[in-house]
Write a protein that binds this ligand. Structure first.
Ligand SMILES: Cc1ncc(COP(=O)(O)O)c(C=O)c1O
Ligand SMILES: N[C@H](C=O)CCC(=O)O
Length: 423
């Protein structure tokens, strides 16, 4: 009852009762659990109910909830510095760690993934002197005006193409391509190549559900950007430090000029970052003419949490990613077996510890149109039942689910068993 009451009351004070649309349980017959505590692979609601967590704060919680090193870093730092808006050694330490271990020359910290992608695009436009950008349907790069065309995530869940309040003018320079369509991206460049500042892409999409890019698709984009002098931006807000330490860049062995981070980079606190080649980053203000700023950027507590998280991942990278892959494989195999036995057609897309179960009649889901063909009513029923059985999963079909290093065979086996019980 407390969950119901909180959701009901919240709607009076916050639109939809939430501070980000994807958290609303639209179309579900249960109220969102009002969460009060997280520990390892579990979250607990105000009614005392425990859930194995597959949302992971929408990605950041790869170490599980309240990792002791991250909590200690936050506590220690908060005791001496909460905010300065000034130079600190903490931000230098973190910048060095990321640049030295991921192979980018320079980085700028911001406060969210949206800020990171929006600023990276501004930088690309400033660097190239061009206006047009290419993004792909189903990819979500945050809620900046220029990205809200055929976007994934909450936009896709609501079944709308974009957002009211975005002037036509703000999207007239956004060209939309189809994800994984090699032919089409060639045509786009043939037509607009000289005017394209950048291509921004989720190299493994997580916002129309998980849809990995085909290697030849990313290779073609890389080649076209080189040929036309456009910049390639990998939006690794979800995939950075998630699918591999160096993100999708490591998996595909393709280097963009700019990369954007969010989620894991802040260890669960609000943080984003963008970085890349020195020559490009050096035109950022105060060195160059591209302006971008932030009162809270590089906040000491966030820098400490982010550093503790990323350093722990880096120090244990072989062990962590091997573990996450084997757990992910076990989950995928178990789910495929259950759905097959039950005669339910699904497509399961998974890369390491991120996955989506599409209730979909297609044999594969490789783009927005195919993802959109999923049966959202079955998904909603599934989500509702899984949550009631103590598995906290996204209420929306078009999101990624995540494993953390704190998940074990036990949670995964229970997840599979619960799916078996539901259908
Ligand atoms: C790939 C991607 N880019 C950008 C964003 C925007 O990040 P934020 O929600 O932190 O603004 C998100 C998630 O929201 C994302 O998944
Ligand atoms: N799909 C979104 C980002 O990855 C989910 C987070 C949000 O928008 O609240």
């Amino acid at each position: 009852m407390q969950n119901q009451k909180i959701y009901h009351e919240s709607k009076k004070y916050m639109p939809g009762g939430v501070n980000s649309p994807v958290r609303a349980f639209t179309g579900l017959n249960i109220a969102p659990p009002a969460l009060v505590r997280g520990e390892g692979a579990y979250v607990y609601d105000i009614e005392g109910k425990r859930y194995a967590d597959y949302v992971g704060a929408w990605g950041p919680m790869i170490l599980g909830h309240c990792d002791e090193d991250v909590v200690k870093a936050i506590e220690d730092t908060a005791n001496s510095s909460i905010a300065f808006g000034a130079v600190t050694e903490l931000e230098l330490r973190f910048a060095k760690l990321i640049c030295d271990t991921t192979g980018i020359d320079m980085i700028r910290f911001v406060n969210s993934g949206t800020e990171a992608t929006m600023s990276a695009v501004r930088l690309a436009r400033g660097y190239t002197g061009r206006d047009k950008i290419v993004k792909f349907s189903g990819c979500y790069h945050g809620h900046y005006d220029g990205f809200l065309v055929l976007a994934g995530s909450g936009i896709m869940t609501q079944g709308i193409a974009g957002s009211a309040g975005v002037p036509e003018d703000h999207v007239k320079n956004t060209i939309i391509g189809e994800y994984n369509n090699v032919e089409q991206i060639r045509h786009i460049f043939e037509k607009f190549g000289e005017q394209i500042a950048c291509v921004i892409v989720e190299p493994i999409a997580g916002n129309m559900g998980v849809v990995p890019a085909k290697r030849e698709f990313l290779m073609e984009i890389r080649k076209l950007c080189d040929a036309y002098g456009s910049l390639l931006i990998f939006d690794e807000v979800i995939t950075g430090f998630r699918v591999a330490y160096r993100g999708a860049r490591e998996i595909y062995e393709i280097e963009p000029e700019l990369v954007t981070y969010g989620k894991i980079i802040g260890g669960g606190l609000p943080c984003g970052a963008y970085g890349g080649k020195r020559e490009i980053m050096s035109i950022l203000s105060p060195v160059g003419p591209v302006y971008q700023a932030g009162t809270m950027s590089g906040n000491p507590v966030i820098m400490a949490a982010g550093y503790a998280t990323v350093k722990k991942i880096y120090d244990n990278r072989d062990k962590f990613y091997t573990y996450l892959e084997s757990l992910g494989q076990k989950l995928e195999d178990g789910l495929k077996k259950v759905f097959f036995e039950k005669g339910i057609k699904v497509v399961i897309n998974r890369v390491g510890s991120m996955f989506t179960i599409f209730f979909n009649d297609n044999d594969k889901v490789e783009n927005y149109e195919q993802a959109k063909a999923s049966n959202v009513n079955i998904y909603r029923h599934f989500a509702e039942q899984m949550i009631l059985k103590g598995n906290y999963i996204s209420p929306s079909q078009f999101e990624a689910l995540f494993l953390s290093i704190k998940h074990t065979d036990y949670e995964v086996e229970k997840f599979i068993e619960d799916v078996y019980q539901i259908f």
